[in-house]
Design a protein around this ligand. Structure first.
Ligand code: SAM
Length: 266
């Protein structure tokens, strides 16, 4: 077993092989997107990683797979969708296809012959029904207190409306999550920007809060600058980060240690 609450430097397939089966509650991760970035020239084995993730995930565990496609000859590769469908072929559920929308990515380039890409997939894959779902209730309800008749369209086209709910002050957000991506926005940790492709701190925290409980074990097999590990630690979860590039392992270790020092100083 790998030591918990650490970043382990090496190939993720090899390192995952050192974990016992069914020990992980939640994976929040983002693999390299096709060949968009080289990350120092290391390779990875999607089929091997997917198989290992299925093996180490507990029943009811969840994998959040954040991914987008490269553009080849003017069109998308489609590899992110192939990856999502492969998880299904392995016997996991494609529980939800969520979207990460980047609010600061709107520079249109007409030479690309299509609309500017401002979003990535967040595939939520589960081993059976997710054991934990703590929805984030941060969407204000305009007409709170009103009794609302729930209308459901049935397969034959008729409408069923035999249920009512009293609207509260807040409701759960939708499956499209908007963050300010990019340099200076994703995180306040300046050292994280030494990594070329981080995802926002809030994206990692929001998924960890939703799909796990305090004390659960959270894994990132493509740890990069350690965003998931740092968020897991802040939220009282155990964590494991796997990363092949020693420079990124050092960044992640500094981020996590920095957090500890800040907490101790309070
Ligand atoms: C998209 S980045 C992840 C960034 C991360 N989410 C963050 O916020 O910093 C993908 C990472 O996968 C790492 N990687 C590539 N091949 C790997 C392998 N075989 N084993 C472990 N990590 C690998 C790369 O070095 C890179 O840091």
């Amino acid at each position: 077993m790998l030591e918990l609450d650490k970043i382990h430097c090496g190939d993720n397939c090899d390192l995952l092989g050192q974990l016992p089966r069914e020990c992980i509650d939640l994976v929040v991760t983002s693999p390299p997107y096709d060949d968009l970035r080289t990350y120092g020239g290391h390779s990875w084995d999607f089929f091997g990683v997917a198989w290992q993730l299925k093996r180490v995930l507990k029943p009811g565990g969840v994998i959040v797979w954040v991914v987008a496609d490269a553009t080849k000859d003017g069109s998308e590769t489609g590899s992110s969708m192939e990856q999502a469908l492969h998880f299904k072929r392995l016997g996991l559920n494609l529980h939800d296809t969520m979207i990460y929308e980047k609010s600061k990515a709107h520079v249109f380039d007409p030479r690309q012959h299509r609309y500017k890409h401002t979003a990535e997939f967040m595939f939520v894959v589960s081993k059976g029904k997710p054991r934990v779902f703590n929805p984030i209730m941060d969407l204000p309800v305009v007409n709170s207190g009103v009794v609302h008749k729930v209308r459901q369209r049935l397969p034959d086209g008729s409408i069923r409306s035999d249920r009512t709910v009293t609207l509260g002050d807040w409701q759960a957000r939708g499956a499209v999550w908007v963050y300010e991506g990019g340099v200076g926005h994703s995180t306040k940790d300046a050292i994280a920007f030494e990594h070329p492709a981080i995802f926002p701190d809030a994206l990692a925290s929001d998924h960890i809060a939703t799909w796990s409980n305090p004390g659960d074990l959270v894994l990132d097999p493509f740890s990069g600058s350690g965003t998931t590990a740092k968020a897991a630690k802040e939220l009282g979860r155990r964590f494991l980060g796997l990363e092949i590039n020693p420079e990124y392992c050092a960044i992640a270790e500094r981020r996590i240690a920095q957090e500890t020092l800040e907490l101790e100083a309070v």
